[in-house]
Design a protein around this ligand. Structure first.
Ligand code: SF4
Length: 221
């Protein structure tokens, strides 16, 4: 792709979604704006958000944070009780065990603070690159590229990258994107994937990116 093309893509998407993405990390990960957008809350909500819809994540995280207010309280909690609270998000036993273990590790090994380093964060249960990037970008203010299914799909459809896995997409996007725009990729592409470039039906006829998109060019838009 031409130099600067992704910046043009992000600038055009910002015209549509800058306001929608006003509370980053929450709209895409299902964290109710009632809760602070800090590393602890975003980390737990992002774990809960795996393999479920945003409304389920929201119900589960609301249940959990109403009952337990701090990382230390969750670390001391009975995983069985946590499982009942997070049941709306699915996989209750697996997610409850991961969340309790996560809080215990953070309390015992990290002084109760979520580490900024990606590799350190990925030592925590159910924390992969996507979750770590989400916490870093939205709760820590560190430029990161959080590659979910929308970012992976749209980047490849457009021809911004040619990759097979989200991890490959993350590194390929890093190569072509100025670091100060890394967080914008998830902020804007997720919304675009929800309202225009839908997973099974990209609405190219009402997309402002057709002149920059390989899929649109190949399909006559
Ligand atoms: S032009 Fe079509 S395929 Fe390309 S980003 Fe827009 S909706 Fe998606």
């Amino acid at each position: 792709m031409a130099d600067g093309q992704i910046v043009e893509v992000l600038n055009l998407l910002a015209e549509d979604y800058e306001d929608d993405a006003a509370y980053p990390g929450r709209s895409s990960e299902g964290l109710n704006p009632e809760w602070p957008c800090d590393p602890f809350h975003v980390l737990i909500a992002t774990i809960l958000s795996q393999r479920t819809r945003d409304d389920n994540t929201r119900r589960a995280s609301d249940n959990l944070f109403h009952r337990f207010g701090t990382l230390e309280e969750i670390a001391d909690a009975d995983p069985g009780e946590v499982a009942e609270l997070v049941r709306p998000a699915g996989f209750p036993k697996q997610k409850a065990n991961a969340i309790v273990d996560c809080c215990r590790m953070l309390r015992d090994e990290y002084g109760g603070v979520v580490p900024e380093d990606t590799d350190e964060m990925m030592r925590l249960p159910m924390v992969g690159r996507k979750t770590a990037a989400c916490v870093r970008s939205y709760a820590m203010g560190i430029q990161s590229i959080c590659v979910d299914t929308h970012v992976h799909r749209i980047s490849n459809l457009m021809g911004l990258v040619d990759t097979k896995t989200p991890e490959q997409t993350e590194f390929a996007l890093m190569d072509i994107t100025p670091e100060e725009r890394w967080t914008d990729i998830n902020r804007f592409m997720v919304r675009h994937g929800q309202v225009v470039c839908l997973p099974n039906h990209p609405h190219c006829e009402r997309c402002r990116l057709t002149h920059l998109c390989r899929y649109a060019e190949e399909n006559g838009f």
